[in-house]
Write a protein that binds this ligand. Structure first.
Ligand code: AMP
Length: 338
């Protein structure tokens, strides 16, 4: 009988690694944390890693693969891993990898992502081809912007040309309708083993300076000439109005179904739909993350929703390990590797 003792769970020390490794240990796996030199303290302190491997830079990661393969390690991707390795190089990874690598290309290319989400029936903010078309407030998003840093809001074509002066050299951007509403990020999990879509939790981000501007008067904001920015500094847990939940399940299921037309086994494991909900309760999805998001980190001990389903602490990290464990025990590991 195949045993989880023959395998290890590995990830890169950043983003949601604490949760991933803790979840793996709770499910009985040995764990490996690959860390940039000087950044291993949290993984030692919280005791989540059985083995810590330090590297000087991300190129070294590729050199480690033989060792990881020898140990039967299964890599769990997260946001930082995908960013550092790059969606193209992801495909070249030889070590076992949880999730469909090809789907990560769709989350990192705004055009491909949009076609996918529209095909899944999601309502999305309008996109403007050129600044001259702007007829409602827009959020200007630069390609490759990290963690919401450096976005700006423009209410007209003139306003756009004024604002863009502050970003010389940034030529590639998308002009997206600015939705007035509240952010709501839904964390889903789809298991190819149980073939069930689960709603794990919700969060909103704690963004600087967007979440602090309201602490000073409008006049002070004008006097200080403040531009709104959305640099992520943390995540705040949420519960959603219960009457919207059926719609949330349906969205998640449709996104998974649509992904199966795109690449390989499609999307499975954890993913997140990032949306703004307007006062008419419309969900405007503006982005998908096709892997675990850091917004699940407040729920290391589980969320109200996972408590309902599991009656034991179930983080998204632990849910990943549970999926792998079930796959190993049913001799179906290939079904969760991609
Ligand atoms: P992103 O980096 O695309 O996740 O966006 C960063 C932040 O910008 C989000 O958390 C939202 O607060 C805000 N945001 C992004 N897109 C929109 C939009 N179309 N309308 C309103 N706010 C948005």
């Amino acid at each position: 009988m195949p045993s989880i003792k023959d395998y290890k769970i590995a990830t890169l020390g950043s983003h949601s690694a604490l949760q991933i490794l803790k979840g793996a240990k709770d499910e009985g796996f040995d764990t490996i944390c690959i860390c940039m030199k000087g950044r291993s303290k949290p993984y030692e302190s919280y005791g989540v890693a059985d083995n810590i491997i330090e590297i000087e830079n991300f190129d070294e990661f590729f050199g480690l693969q033989e060792e990881l393969i020898k140990q039967n390690a299964i890599m769990i991707p997260h946001g930082s891993f995908v960013t550092y390795i790059g969606p193209q190089s992801m495909k070249k990874l030889k070590v076992m990898h949880y999730g469909t690598k090809g789907i990560l290309e769709f989350e990192s290319d705004r055009d491909k992502e949009r076609l996918w989400l529209l095909d899944a029936g999601c309502k999305m903010p309008r996109i403007f081809d050129k600044p001259e078309d702007i007829d409602v407030p827009v959020i200007v998003k630069f390609h490759g912007a990290q963690g919401g840093k450096g976005y700006f809001v423009a209410k007209s074509t003139k306003d756009f040309y004024e604002g863009i002066k502050d970003y010389p050299g940034n030529k590639k951007y998308v002009l997206q309708e600015y939705i007035v509403g509240v952010p709501m990020y839904t964390h889903f999990f789809y298991s190819p083993i149980t073939e069930e879509l689960e709603v794990m939790s919700f969060d909103k981000r704690y963004e600087s300076n967007a979440d602090s501007i309201g602490r000073i008067s409008a006049q002070d904001q004008l006097d200080a000439d403040i531009r709104t920015s959305y640099t992520i500094t943390g995540n705040i847990p949420l519960v959603i109005r219960e009457s919207i939940l059926p719609q949330v399940f349906e969205m998640g299921e449709n996104v998974v179904k649509a992904s199966q037309k795109l690449v390989g086994k499609g999307l499975y494991g954890p993913f997140c739909l990032e949306a703004i909900i307007d006062p008419n309760l419309n969900f405007y999805v503006f982005e998908i993350s096709a892997r675990i998001v850091a917004g699940t980190n407040p729920f290391i001990n589980g969320s109200p929703y996972t408590w309902l389903k599991y009656n034991e602490p179930m983080s998204t990290g632990r849910r990943i390990a549970r999926d792998i464990k079930m796959a190993i025990e049913q001799d179906r590991l290939d079904d969760v590797l991609g």
